[in-house]
Design a binder for this molecule. Structure first.
Ligand SMILES: Nc1nc2c(c(=O)[nH]1)N[C@H]1C(S)=C(S)[C@@H](COP(=O)(O)O)O[C@H]1N2
Ligand SMILES: [Mo]
Length: 325
């Protein structure tokens, strides 16, 4: 066996978990090996992944092929510097107020052009899958970025089980709408037509990188990061990675999405990270990698497709990427 000494930031989060968690992870893996492989979305079959409960450690398998070795953003920064306008527009508002949202029980409505529409309890939606850990870059359109170890499942695995129809060209997603729990939705100053909406072309959604996260840093998602279920699309600006999903819809027409409908000349539907196309109000050539002090900002070059071109560039062949679509 080859033993290498890696700096701490090169070790996946799942490998630095404390002993009790590690032991339960081993027990989990043993159970996995014994369970039925390839179970479909049918009631009564073996549960591979535990239902994510708030504050719980989640067993997962680290996927090195899809993980960056860059230094991970500290947990404190990733969970206290957030965009989640349902709880306010300040970066600290989500951490302060997202606790007012109840994430259990949770269900997701699946509708539109697919063979298995319905209302799925979160545990049924996740039932036949094993959690993976992937360390992705997250690049916000506001020109800051983080490196986050997510836990979740490939979006394609979940979508496939709903049997998308031949006229399903796009997938639309919606966040919870509940002004009683989400104070930003009660705000008179909000310009957003709630609920928050996002969408992908079906082939983008089925791409190997598209991920449905239920956790980060070895644990369930804190509410401010989009509990209990959020999208992670690492080659696109962060606003595409919609949080706290309650609806998935397969459709023929391109969905109307929140930021595109507010400012189509600033936030396009595709929103692929692209240093060659500036935002009308600022440059996209560089990004502030968090943590990054105001006095000594840590600027790095932004990469096309956020560095994921090898996996996704083929999706956009023939498209003029200098345009906001
Ligand atoms: N429902 C919802 N999802 C959302 C947002 C939001 O305001 N509401 N903000 C987006 C933006 S702009 C970014 S950069 C990421 C931030 O994710 P994080 O707070 O987990 O880092 O969430 C995205 N998902
Ligand atoms: Mo963002």
């Amino acid at each position: 066996m080859l033993i290498t000494t890696r700096p701490p930031w090169q070790i996946p989060y799942s490998e630095v978990t404390p002993e009790p968690v590690y032991l339960s992870r081993r027990a989990f893996m043993a159970g996995m090996a014994a369970s039925v492989a390839g179970a479909g979305l049918l009631p009564g079959l073996a549960t591979a992944a535990p239902v994510p409960r708030p504050g719980q450690s989640l067993p997962s398998t680290f996927v090195p092929e899809y993980s960056t070795r860059e230094e991970q953003t500290p947990y404190e920064d990733a969970t206290r510097y957030n965009n989640f306008y349902e709880f306010g527009t300040g970066k600290g508002d989500p951490a302060r107020y997202a606790g007012e949202m109840t994430v259990e029980p949770w269900s997701v409505v699946v509708e539109g052009a697919c063979g298995k529409p319905g209302t799925y309890a979160l545990e049924d939606l996740l039932k036949p899958v094993e959690y993976q850990e992937r360390v992705y870059r997250l690049r916000c359109v506001e020109a800051w970025s983080m490196v986050i170890p997510w836990i979740g499942v490939p979006l394609a695995e979940v979508l496939r089980r709903f049997e998308p129809g031949s006229n399903a060209k796009f997938v639309a997603f919606e966040t919870l709408y509940d002004p009683e729990q989400m104070r930003g939705q009660r705000s008179l100053f909000s310009t957003i037509d709630w609920p928050y909406r996002e969408g992908l072309r079906l082939d983008e959604a089925m791409n190997e990188l598209s991920f449905l996260a239920v956790g980060l840093y070895g644990k369930t998602l804190p509410n401010q990061n989009g509990a209990p279920l959020r999208l992670v699309v690492p080659w696109k600006y962060g606003f595409k990675s919609i949080k706290s999903i309650v609806k998935i819809r397969f459709q023929e027409m391109r969905p109307v999405t929140t930021w595109e409908s507010i400012a189509p000349n600033e936030y396009g539907f595709y929103a692929n990270v692209n240093p060659e196309v500036d935002h009308p109000r600022w440059s996209q050539k560089r990004e502030r990698r968090l943590p990054s002090g105001l006095l000594s900002p840590h600027w790095i070059e932004t990469r096309k497709f956020n560095g994921y071109g090898e996996q996704v560039a083929h999706l956009y062949r023939g498209m003029d990427l200098s345009k906001f679509y």
